[in-house]
Design a protein around this ligand. Structure first.
Ligand code: ADP
Ligand code: DP6
Length: 326
């Protein structure tokens, strides 16, 4: 059986940064995201008894052995949970820059989980799908849903209470996100490696855990009352706190480039001038700027003037998983 799914990327307003179980992808804190409408991955999966091993074609090319191993390890989890025994042919197309902090792993594993589970003939709930996607990449657990999404860390050692839940549907609160590309280079420290190093070596990690719990409460309050200023202040602060942990790691590392800082400074200056926007940054140098619809065009005009800005992708809030015709 063959199946095809589309998943959109998400951007965390309250970051997932740290695992308590590496194998099961169990996080050290809850996180909160919005799904974006511009970046997505389409993945088809076919289990085929004639295959001697899994095959993974990404953007039309066979991937290297390291990538194939990652995908096969994930497909093993699908096989174990469903009783499927055949190898799979996976064909995926990313409509998103890879490994540059635009969350290709989130849309990638959410689409793969959805297509693979459907291709086995299993009919699972979104909650179970979120749990499966999580075991490919933590942030993928949130891309099962559109709109505002919270990934609950849970407390069980087996991950049975660790999944994403929808907070607000796609069209409940019209916020805009300007995804600003300052570089297309692949980042040097992948999120997986970066968060592991931080948990193991950064003395700031305990401070992060205290701070993120308080930030989450504020962000949820802001979302339920549609208080944009409170949400913006909270999300910007949370991103800075996450990035601060990396400076304390051993060896230390930093996702920002000088161009990243220029955009951050510019967003803060524009805010002083009345264009209300807040930045957030994932594990890469590119910046996402969150604003309300009436400020979007003004921000686009101003931020495009910066010489460090290569491209701006204006995004809206996007949908959850969809299944595509073959
Ligand atoms: P980012 O999410 O910023 O692009 P990450 O380090 O989180 O960067 O993830 C990049 C990794 O995600 C890639 O190295 C690859 O292993 C995985 N990935 C990217 N696209 C896909 C896809 N379509 N299907 C499965 N895995 C993917
Ligand atoms: C900074 O989900 O890519 O983007 O679970 O190891 O695959 P793995 O990590 P990943 O980490 C995302 C980290 C982040 C914050 C976030 O998306 O919440």
């Amino acid at each position: 059986m063959k199946a095809k799914a589309r998943a959109y990327t998400n951007i965390a307003l309250i970051k997932y940064w740290g695992k308590r179980d590496e194998l099961l992808f169990l996080p050290t804190n809850n996180s909160l995201s919005i799904t974006l409408d511009k970046f997505y991955t389409d993945t088809s999966v076919e289990f085929d008894a004639s295959l001697k091993q899994d095959q993974f074609i990404l953007d039309g090319q066979h991937v290297d052995s390291k990538e194939l191993k990652k995908i096969s390890a994930f497909l093993d989890k699908v096989r174990t949970s469903t009783g499927e025994v055949r190898f799979a042919r996976v064909d995926s197309v990313n409509h998103v820059p890879i490994a540059a902090g635009f969350a290709s792993s989130a849309s990638g594993y959410a689409a793969l989980a959805a297509a693979a589970m459907k291709a086995t003939g299993s009919n699972i709930s979104k909650r179970e799908l979120s749990q499966m996607a999580r075991q490919g990449s933590g942030s993928a657990s949130r891309s099962i849903y559109g709109g505002f999404v919270e990934w609950q860390m849970g407390v069980q050692p087996d991950g049975s209470d660790c999944y994403a839940v929808p907070l607000l549907p796609q069209d409940a609160w019209d916020l805009r996100v300007l995804s600003i590309e300052v570089t297309h280079e692949v980042k040097k420290v992948l999120s997986r490696e970066g968060m592991k190093r931080t948990v193991e070596t950064s003395p700031f990690f305990t401070g992060w855990l205290e701070a993120v719990a308080a930030d989450l409460i504020e962000a949820k309050q802001a979302i339920s009352t549609r208080d944009f200023t409170l949400l913006g202040e909270t999300l910007e602060r949370n991103a800075l706190r996450m990035h601060a942990t990396t400076l304390g790691a051993e060896p230390p590392f930093m996702y920002w480039q000088s161009s990243t800082v220029k955009v951050m400074e510019s967003v803060q200056a524009l805010r002083q001038e009345g264009l209300e926007a807040y930045f957030t940054i994932d594990a890469g140098p590119n910046v996402k700027v969150v604003c309300q619809p009436h400020d979007e065009q003004g921000l686009l005009n101003e931020l495009s003037k910066l010489d460090v800005v290569k491209h701006i992708y204006p995004c809206r809030i996007g949908p959850g998983i969809t299944y595509l015709d073959l």
